[in-house]
Design a binder for this molecule. Structure first.
Ligand code: MSP
Length: 526
């Protein structure tokens, strides 16, 4: 049977500076969902990349004494290095300066022109440079940018406009028929209240005040507005409007665009309209996550509260970093990073709950059965049924949460299972069973159940913490190939004579709380 496809994208990042954990979050999240879908049997395709044009990039490059191209080339190498460090398994990395992209965008604009979607006019408005976006007077909040809260400047220029108004009714109808197009729903309500219900404004899609961008095909003194250039990356990367559009035919429409909450307007209004104007199918869903914030607000170099993924990965390991980011962020609210919380989660969740469960089990398996996992169980304990039922329920809950992208909640369900499995050790008291001849058969059942649950926990963790998952299976002596998602349906997957490791390395070594909090705090100031 042909596999179902799953095309997932990250936002393409502005290469204006080093990526902090907030920016790394979207990519980590996307990769986690990709891994989950892959484990569930989907043919996945993940796209990430860089949004390299626009005034902001030009200004940053000038400040560094580089040409914009030199600057973005350097940044692209750095971004790829970071994703390698974070073991992000993207299938393609698009850069909006790629020739394949530039050519395709120009063809897209040609189509808009031919269809009468674009007209020439004069633009006057309030411009926010960091956001590369114009606002009307009424959209400003306290006279500042409604998206980022920074200063805006009044500007006027001759520009090309995209006729958004023409599509307003269609867009409203579309949302009526597809109420879950944007998740969480609160984000959809925001764009309806702020932009769609008051009436759509036509969108200025060209700039003539700088030249670092894709030239307008028939008027090259204008460059394309960076958002039109950027949004189309999701289709140009697949070869739309190129000589080879095999990937486009195979993977479009996207199944999921992951975006941050502040860019939902572009993805929830302009992107559907552009696609509709091209006669293309719309993505199935857009998931707008919230922000990782710090005690003193947004991460900012000048405040000295920025934390970079490299700092955490190098000192605490990749999986601890991924675990923290994925567990921290709730579905719809901003979540606060604190060094205290990071260290506590490491110690409690990873070293204690998960690490100890594996370590204790491996230790007992060696002590009582010379390292061989008992199979062919003939006597059960009074606690086995409950553990088995609970485990089954938790697996369904994880699936349910992951299918709706409640990733942090899915992790919480896995930790509930870890907690329940630890409790099973206390309930069955293997140390007592081991003392008598009659206890031996029950002890076998306990060890088998523990190994089975650890196997399932390793599989459940594989999309979130792939390295830890592999290490767990290795210590249990179970091959990675047999540890498939579907194998969790069975309680007797462990083959006879499976031998656990004689002395397992701890998965996570407990941290000195004060010392590590200090370490992270210092790193934030650099
Ligand atoms: N270039 C645009 C996206 C174009 S997509 C067609 C852009 N780039 S960005 O570099 O500014 O941001 C990239 C992503 O990082 C956004 O989705 C943004 O929400 C996310 N984050 C930036 N800071 C963040 C946090 N502190 N927390 C979580 N995500 C954050 O926007």
């Amino acid at each position: 049977m042909e596999k179902k496809k799953f095309y997932i994208t990250t936002p393409i990042y502005y290469p204006s500076g080093k990526f902090h954990i907030g920016t790394a979050y979207a990519t980590t999240l996307t990769d986690c969902i990709r891994r989950y879908k892959k484990a569930r049997g989907y043919d996945t395709y993940m796209l990430t990349g860089l949004d390299e044009h626009g005034q902001k990039i030009q200004t940053v490059a000038e400040k560094r004494g580089l040409t914009p191209q030199e600057h973005v080339d350097e940044m692209a190498d750095k971004a790829k290095e970071l994703w390698k460090l974070m073991d992000i398994g993207y299938d393609d990395f698009i850069r909006t300066t790629d020739e394949r992209h530039v050519k395709a965008v120009q063809k897209i604009v040609d189509i808009f022109f031919k269809n009468g979607d674009i007209y020439k006019g004069t633009y006057e408005g309030w411009y926010c440079m960091p956001c590369e976006n114009y606002f009307t007077e009424t959209q400003l909040v306290d006279g500042k940018c409604p998206d980022c809260g920074r200063e805006v400047k009044k500007m006027q220029e001759e520009s090309y406009f995209f006729n958004m108004k023409k599509y307003e009714n269609w867009l409203k109808e579309f949302y009526k028929e597809n109420p879950h197009f944007i998740e969480p729903e609160s984000r959809k309500n925001e764009i309806f209240n702020n932009f769609i219900n008051p009436g759509l404004e036509d969108l200025c899609i060209s700039r003539a005040t700088f030249d670092w961008g894709v030239p307008m095909p028939n008027d090259p003194k204008h460059v394309l507005y960076v958002w039109l250039d950027a949004l189309t990356n999701y289709i140009t990367a697949l070869g739309y409007m190129s000589d080879d559009d095999t990937l486009f035919k195979k993977y479009w429409p996207a199944d999921l665009h992951i975006v941050g909450k502040e860019i939902i307007r572009f993805h929830g209004i302009y992107w559907p309209i552009f696609l509709h104007a091209l006669g293309l199918e719309l993505p199935k869903q857009i998931y707008a996550h919230s922000w990782i914030v710090m005690k003193d607000g947004k991460m900012s170099k000048s405040v000295g509260n920025v934390i970079y993924p490299e700092t955490l990965v190098e000192r605490y390991g990749l999986d601890a970093t991924k675990y923290y980011l994925l567990r921290l962020m709730s579905f719809s609210q901003d979540s606060m990073f604190t060094p205290e919380d990071f260290v506590d989660r490491f110690n409690y969740d990873l070293a204690n709950d998960l690490g100890n469960l594996l370590n204790r089990t491996i230790g007992m398996m060696n002590k009582y059965f010379e390292g061989t996992i008992p199979t062919n169980i003939i006597e059960r304990t009074d606690f086995d049924d409950d553990l088995e039922n609970y485990t089954k329920e938790q697996i369904s809950k994880v699936e349910e949460k992951m299918d709706t992208y409640y990733v942090s909640n899915a992790l919480a369900e896995i930790w509930a299972l870890i907690g329940r499995t630890n409790k099973y050790i206390d309930e069955t008291a293997p140390w007592t069973l081991s003392k008598s001849e009659e206890g031996t058969e029950k002890l076998k059942s306990v060890m088998n159940h523990l190994a089975e649950n650890l196997r399932k926990i390793a599989i459940l963790l594989s999309p979130f913490m792939p390295q830890t998952s592999e290490k767990m299976l290795k210590q249990l002596g179970i091959s990675k190939e047999t540890a498939t998602w579907d194998s969790m349906n069975s309680n007797s997957e462990i083959s006879e004579n499976t031998k656990v490791i004689s002395k397992g390395e701890p998965l996570f070594v407990r941290l000195d709380r004060e010392e590590e909090i200090e370490y992270i705090k210092n790193a934030m100031k650099k």
